[in-house]
Design a protein around this ligand. Structure first.
Ligand code: SF4
Ligand code: SF4
Ligand code: SF4
Length: 363
């Protein structure tokens, strides 16, 4: 039986978050605030419902958190979910990361309330920085942003819009263009904008868990149920997105694995450690590898290849290592190739199932 979906506004979303706090489903919400500009969002835990009105929803859905931050990596480093109930608005890859962190006792799963994006991907910060500079847009007049399969759409306070076609130079992260798991079944709610018109500021909310369905009733939101046409459009868009990403994934990964020079790309590594800092499944307090690379007692290629063995089986394909690598090393292609192999040969997919043992332990 298909799930019922609901059409909500940004104000409804604020009401939902407020409800989670008021009814004590959680005591804190992982939100974010702008730092320097509209697309540089830094994570921030909020417990006062008044602050939820500023939740940067369209920014997080389109841009994600800035630089090395992500929802999962914030949950890991803050240790918040060990002893506090917290609602996390997270991407599917973040939820996969939290599943892996749960297996390694880095969080308490029962403390999480998950609102998972059903997204297309995010536009990397470096791409946005160039584009906003080139277009000379007054960011203070933007009220909404939206990604469609073909375009990035900005809405301004006077109701006007600006559309930028996705292209080779202005696009979602390379990893996202090959991502075929864009929603997570363990999220309480799914939230996205497949199927709704690009010129309105609505979202599609899908309750997946029993408590999420209960919340819809508590909020009296039954009248917000999506009509048949919107449901069909949602499903068709979701299907198209996955089909296109699957085609790209197979062709990019095959091309990469057939490139005999692929390992020479690793020699560009400077050992800066940003990939480690970005990674939501790297949980050592101190990374001995980066310390050795910095001390020049370890070759950077040795460092990268060691890292493939350290996180290859828990990598959840968030792609943050690649998005942030200053040397543009395609680590995502390596990790996605490994995931494809593990899935095909061992039926294993990191982050999919809380009860599936980590691959190297399952011998
Ligand atoms: S890797 Fe997939 S789940 Fe993660 S942000 Fe990109 S598209 Fe979304
Ligand atoms: S981010 Fe890139 S350059 Fe820096 S350590 Fe990682 S792979 Fe090397
Ligand atoms: S290795 Fe890279 S793609 Fe995999 S989880 Fe870590 S940061 Fe994400």
């Amino acid at each position: 039986m298909s799930l019922t979906r609901y059409i909500i506004t940004k104000a409804d979303f604020t009401q939902l978050l407020t409800h989670l706090i008021d009814r004590k489903y959680v005591s804190e919400i992982l939100s974010g605030k702008e730092k320097r500009n509209r697309y540089a969002i830094v994570p921030e835990f909020v417990s006062d419902p008044k602050e939820l009105e500023n939740f940067p929803l369209s920014q997080l859905l389109t841009y994600g958190y800035a630089r090395t931050d992500s929802a999962s990596n914030t949950i890991l480093h803050s240790k918040k979910a060990l002893d506090t109930t917290v609602a996390v608005v997270a991407r599917a890859c973040d939820i996969r990361a939290m599943v892996e962190l749960d297996k390694k006792n880095q969080l308490n799963w029962e403390n999480l309330f998950l609102i998972g994006f059903h997204d297309l991907g995010y536009i990397p910060n470096a791409v946005l920085k160039k584009w906003f500079k080139k277009e000379e847009i007054d960011e203070s007049t933007i009220v909404n942003e939206r990604l469609t399969e073909k375009e990035f759409v900005l809405t301004f306070s006077d109701g006007s819009m600006k559309k930028e076609p996705l292209s080779k130079t202005f696009n979602i992260a390379s990893n996202c263009s090959r991502c075929i798991e864009k929603s997570h079944p363990l999220a309480d709610f799914l939230l996205g904008n497949y199927g709704v018109p690009e010129n309105d500021e609505t979202y599609v909310l899908t309750p997946q868990s029993d408590r999420a369905k209960k919340i819809i009733k508590e909020l009296n939101w039954e009248n917000k149920a999506a009509d048949e046409k919107t449901n069909e459009k949602y499903e068709k868009t979701a299907q198209n997105v996955i089909e296109n990403c699957s085609i790209k994934r197979e062709s990019d990964l095959d091309e990469f694995l057939n490139n005999e020079d692929r390992f020479s790309l690793l020699t560009k590594c400077t050992g800066c450690g940003i990939c480690v800092k970005s990674c939501p499944v790297c949980f050592c307090v101190v990374c001995n590898l980066t310390a050795q690379v910095k001390a020049k007692t370890m070759d950077p290629v040795m460092f990268i290849t060691t890292r493939f063995t350290h996180v290859g089986d828990t990598c959840v394909e968030c792609g943050r290592c690649t998005t942030n690598c200053p040397m543009h090393i395609p680590l995502d292609l390596v990790f996605q190739s490994l995931r494809r192999k593990f899935k095909k040969e061992r039926g294993y997919a990191a982050g999919a199932d809380r009860n599936q043992k980590v691959l190297h332990l399952d011998v």
